[in-house]
Write a protein that binds this ligand. Structure first.
Ligand SMILES: Nc1ncnc2c1ncn2[C@@H]1O[C@H](COP(=O)(O)OP(=O)(O)O)[C@@H](O)[C@H]1O
Ligand SMILES: [Mg+2]
Length: 389
């Protein structure tokens, strides 16, 4: 059972890559589902077919689904939202503003992940390809269970047991509609629905994330940030897919400079994604829509490779808290002491091992800390960050 999360900035080719991956997997005999969680549903456009909220069969081995996340949200969150609206009402916040605050950005998408889990549990598919919402949304979505518990604690600061005691007092002195048991029960049910999702998504044997990008400066920068945050939240990225690379067959001088620029950007992709497989996909001469063209894309992208396999097993970094310090740990196999050089430029960490250079965008939480020391311990580079310089 494999789950492939395909993400990247808007317009880079996520939907095309997702659909092509799914067609290729199905052609190889895997029972495959491709589903879109991006509210800008273009999966149907890619296949030039109509898809609904339930899986629709495309070929005997391939089904496609466009989740109606708004509707799913309503089913699970409706109850909780009504209570929150009352609370905001009481505080003087009305109408649309209050409503906006009861649903935080990216929240709808969590319900698509509920479907992913249910499909995994059903055993109906061998491969599930998820065409995710653009970068930022997906990041929030993937950390949602944690964010959500933080949010609930802020909204309902008094725990359920305390609430039982405090609620009658509060109701007397104020007219505040303190969350009653019904809300807590609704929240509990909501949590139950999310049960098991994270376990599936952080298991590298099951789930791999693939970052789609174009050989363009800003697009790569955003992909690198996403890479860092996926790593931080424990999700395994196995490939960087660089789409719209100018093919060698284009000899028109108009594109000569473009090809040079793309080459330079490919070098930065190699440094930034040194731990994962890098695959290139050429810019085709036409829009690659419809199952036949998607099949071509899938064949060119994977050639003899199994699209469902883990394309790399690298783990870019991990983070440990040691007292007040944070230790950022990077694996540097084969490095001898003296071989390794660590440099930091702003929020970027550059590690040079012999002839190899790799760079990692630091998470914001580390960016405000200072590097205190770097040690090489059993093939791992341990970089200690402290608050004090
Ligand atoms: N390598 C490529 N060559 C030619 N057209 C492409 C290529 N990749 C994507 N496209 C086209 O670009 C448009 C946007 O791609 P899409 O996959 O929908 O991007 P995203 O899902 O990231 O927003 C689509 O019309 C698609 O057919
Ligand atoms: Mg898309």
């Amino acid at each position: 059972m494999r789950v492939l999360l395909v993400t990247g900035k808007g317009g880079v080719g996520k939907t095309t890559v997702s659909a092509a991956t799914a067609v290729r997997a199905a052609d190889l005999g895997y029972r495959t589902l491709v589903m879109s969680t991006d509210p800008a549903h273009s999966l149907a456009d890619a296949f030039q077919l109509e898809f609904g909220d339930a899986p629709t069969q495309v070929t005997p081995q391939l089904s496609a689904q466009q989740i109606n996340s708004q509707q799913r949200l309503e089913e699970s969150w409706g109850e909780v939202r009504d209570a929150l609206t009352d609370l905001f009402d009481w505080s003087g916040l009305k109408g649309i503003e209050a409503e906006e605050l009861t649903v935080f950005p990216g929240m709808e998408e969590i319900f698509s992940l509920v479907s992913v889990r249910d499909h995994v549990r059903s055993g109906e598919y061998d491969v599930i390809v998820v065409d995710c919402a653009p970068t930022a949304e997906t990041l929030r979505l993937l950390s949602l269970p944690e964010v959500l518990s933080w949010y609930m604690e802020k909204m309902f600061p008094i725990g359920r047991r305390v609430a039982k005691v405090v609620r009658p007092m509060l109701s007397k002195v104020t007219s505040m509609p303190v969350a009653d048991d019904k809300v807590f029960e609704a929240v509990a049910r909501f949590y139950e629905r999310l049960d098991g999702i994270r376990e599936i998504l952080v298991d590298p044997e099951v789930t791999s994330a693939r970052l789609v990008m174009n050989p363009e400066k800003m697009v790569i920068a955003e992909a690198r940030r996403t890479y860092t945050y996926l790593g931080l939240f424990g999700y395994a990225v196995d490939a960087a897919i660089v789409n719209r690379v100018l093919p060698e067959t284009v000899t028109d001088p108009y594109f000569a400079r473009w090809r040079e620029i793309q080459k330079e950007h490919m070098a930065s992709v190699e440094e930034g994604f040194a731990d994962v497989a890098i695959r290139e996909l050429r810019l085709f001469g036409e829009e690659m829509v419809g199952i036949d063209r998607l099949r071509t894309v899938g064949q060119e992208l994977f050639a003899d490779e199994d699209p469902a396999a883990r394309l790399s097993e690298g783990r870019p970094f991990r983070i440990e808290d040691v007292n007040d310090d944070v230790v950022f740990i990077v694996t540097v196999p084969f490095a001898e002491r003296g071989d390794v050089d660590v440099m930091r430029h702003g929020n970027e960490l550059v590690v040079t091992v012999g002839p190899y250079r790799r760079s990692i965008i630091l998470p914001d939480s580390l960016a405000r800390r200072h590097v205190r020391r770097a040690q090489l311990v059993e093939g791992e580079l341990r970089i200690t960050f402290s608050l004090a310089p």
